[in-house]
Design a protein around this ligand. Structure first.
Ligand SMILES: Nc1ncnc2c1ncn2[C@@H]1O[C@H](COP(=O)(O)OP(=O)(O)OP(=O)(O)O)[C@@H](O)[C@H]1O
Ligand SMILES: O=C(O)C[C@@H](O)[C@H](O)C(=O)CO
Length: 336
């Protein structure tokens, strides 16, 4: 059963809009940030990680965003280009804005957190007039990401991108990617998330992220099916609710529920799970696979990334994900 039809004649498979940042991942594991002295630098930002994931899986990709006019900004743009990602719509800020930094703390494999430095960041300065309509028109899928909705003018740039996607029949996926630090209030967050989600074909988020969107809704039991069904009155064809290690559930417009369990993993840290899951899942859907197979592929991709030190560098190829699934099926990876 195919839930989403992609416009196959379009030359670009996937374009994402949103933040391009730097991750500084603690080199010393299993200790608090206060006791961590060295970090390794990687390209980061959830939509950037997802795009890198899609590129590694062999998709033709592009990115729409804004980088700082500094060494970090140039490092990010070079990294994307080396992965074959089209950066023609990655604009350089000229106002003195800086690159967002995410310092990651790895207290234990299950207790990780991110300390974000995001004042005056370049990614939130993308303007609607800077979004390239032709690029979106030429893409089969546009991915938007929640954090880009947190402030103007990036917020308007995302809505402009959504408008172009609708105008040109580009499928829209929304990774909720809620980062509390960037927002001013729960009400503002819910209003803008809901306005964007109304326009999207595929919505992916954790239970907690959907809870955040439901501050004005009645869902006292935090029911996944109540959450999903709301979006089928708008544009959604697939709504995925992720439950960490417990796996994920996809709801579809025909009233069906599709479940994927997670695979075992030798976890180093949990961040990056959502980004690698998203790229693996969206890749599967674009290949025309069943939702179950696409979700399993996303889950295995997540395991590879959470068993690694980085998010972007660790994004796997399709062969690596198939191999991981085969090794799990042979019982060679058992630690969870
Ligand atoms: N500890 C784990 N072991 C195995 N698989 C996991 C684990 N944690 C997450 N996953 C896989 O990754 C998927 C996405 O994880 P999760 O629900 O934690 O997303 P997320 O909160 O968006 O991730 P992130 O921490 O990157 O923001 C899950 O559906 C599952 O398949
Ligand atoms: O999204 C961010 O800004 C931080 C990410 O780059 C980080 O790697 C992560 O949390 C992935 O989900």
């Amino acid at each position: 059963m195919t839930y989403v039809q992609f416009p196959q004649q379009k030359p670009i498979d996937f374009v994402a809009i949103g933040r391009l940042c730097i991750d500084l991942n603690a080199n010393e594991f299993n200790r608090p940030m206060e006791e961590t002295s060295t970090f390794t630098k990687y390209v980061g930002g959830s939509p950037a990680n997802i795009t890198i994931g899609m590129a590694r899986l062999g998709k033709k990709t592009a990115f729409i965003g804004k980088i700082a006019d500094d060494q970090m900004g140039r490092f990010i743009a070079d990294y994307l280009r080396r992965d074959g990602i089209d950066t023609s719509n990655v604009v350089t800020d000229r106002t003195g804005a800086v690159t967002g930094l995410a310092f990651t703390e790895i207290k234990s494999p299950t207790d990780c957190s991110i300390l974000m430095y995001r004042d005056n960041v370049a990614d939130l300065k993308l303007k609607p007039g800077e979004v390239d309509e032709e690029l979106i028109a030429n893409a089969k899928m546009l991915l938007i990401s929640g954090t880009a909705l947190a402030q103007s003018p990036s917020r308007e740039a995302v809505f402009q991108a959504l408008h172009y996607a609708k105008r040109h029949g580009t499928v829209v996926a929304f990774d909720l990617d809620y980062r509390a630090y960037t927002w001013n209030s729960d009400e503002e967050t819910a209003v803008y998330y809901n306005l964007a989600a109304e326009k999207c074909d595929i919505i992916l988020g954790t239970r907690e992220e959907f809870d955040m969107m439901e501050v004005f809704d009645r869902n006292p039991d935090r029911s996944d099916s109540v959450t999903a069904n709301k979006w089928f009155d708008y544009s959604a064809k697939i709504v995925i609710i992720k439950h960490g290690k417990e796996g994920s559930i996809a709801y579809t417009r025909d009233g069906k529920r599709h479940r994927a369990n997670s695979y075992p993993a030798k976890v180093i840290k949990t961040f990056g799970a959502g980004d690698s899951y998203a790229s693996g899942f969206l890749y599967g859907v674009m290949q025309g696979w069943s939702l179950e197979d696409s979700m399993s592929f996303g889950s295995a991709s997540a395991c590879i990334v959470i068993s690694s030190h980085s998010c972007s560098d660790a994004m796997p190829s399709a062969d690596m994900v198939h191999d991981y699934i085969a090794r799990c099926e042979r019982g060679e990876i058992t630690v969870s």
